[in-house]
Design a binder for this molecule. Sequence first.
Ligand SMILES: NC(=O)c1ccc[n+]([C@@H]2O[C@H](COP(=O)([O-])OP(=O)(O)OC[C@H]3O[C@@H](n4cnc5c(N)ncnc54)[C@H](OP(=O)(O)O)[C@@H]3O)[C@@H](O)[C@H]2O)c1
Length: 261
Amino acid sequence: MKKIAIITGASGGLGKEFVSRLISEVDELWAIGRNVSKLEALKNENGSQGEKIIPLQMDLSDIKSFDILSSKLHSENETDGIEISWLINNAGAGRFGPSKDFSTEELNVSITCHCTAIASICNICIPYMKAGNHLVNIASQSAFSPLPYINLYAATKAFVYSYTRALGEELKDSGIIVTAVCPGWIKTGLIVESLNGKKVHFPLLTTADKVAAKALKDARRGKPVSIYKLSVRYIAWLQKHLNNSISVRVWAKLVEKYVKK
Ligand SMILES: NC(=O)c1ccc[n+]([C@@H]2O[C@H](COP(=O)([O-])OP(=O)(O)OC[C@H]3O[C@@H](n4cnc5c(N)ncnc54)[C@H](OP(=O)(O)O)[C@@H]3O)[C@@H](O)[C@H]2O)c1
């Protein structure tokens, strides 16, 4: 039986941290992303453990790509037997902007990558998981309140959070441990330096290593939700419990200066 980890968005800021922290625990790590050279580069970045990395080129905004994963799992299970010790649905992207400016194509890419792909990959992988295995979905602090100008991103992350919490309950009897990770701002390729010529200030900005370490620690403890750090947890609590109309207006005030030309 081969123990594997599957990580989507493995070549990004947070994804790389999950790769380096989990690779020693598994026989193979299947690294998913669109850019195969970035996935190949992970092998060198992980030294002697790097040979365990199997790059899988998949564009998760295209539902046909999901077949690549299901076929590979099916065929390798026939030969070696597969146990997925860790599934981390981490791939994601987004941008600031007024909702009316998003094309149908962009809406579809975001919803497919953040919603359809996560739910489908969970369903594809769960049959290869058992008690003690971990399923981790990366949501965001933005899941806790409607957020103007990152409306699409926040709405899809609300899906990830809600879906993951409910799935955890459904899988309780199986012993599979399900965790929703809801970070605040992280210094990765996802955030922009400036918008419309204005330098963007990201409050409570942190680093990917800290978020990944906390996420894995919380997952190992069986926690359904992981939020790094106390200040972000506090704001998330306010977002959840304040009347939405207050948090929506506060957020809109904070970002309007960057988005309005
Ligand atoms: N950075 C933050 O402030 C922040 C805060 C909260 C939550 N998050 C979440 O953390 C996760 C990781 O993001 P990050 O901050 O590490 O950003 P990142 O550095 O931009 O990495 C994103 C990763 O996702 C992959 N990806 C993007 N679109 C994809 C697609 N359609 N199909 C397959 N792979 C795709 C990218 O690889 P390719 O380009 O090669 O496909 C890359 O490996 C995301 O879910 C994000 O929403 C980030």
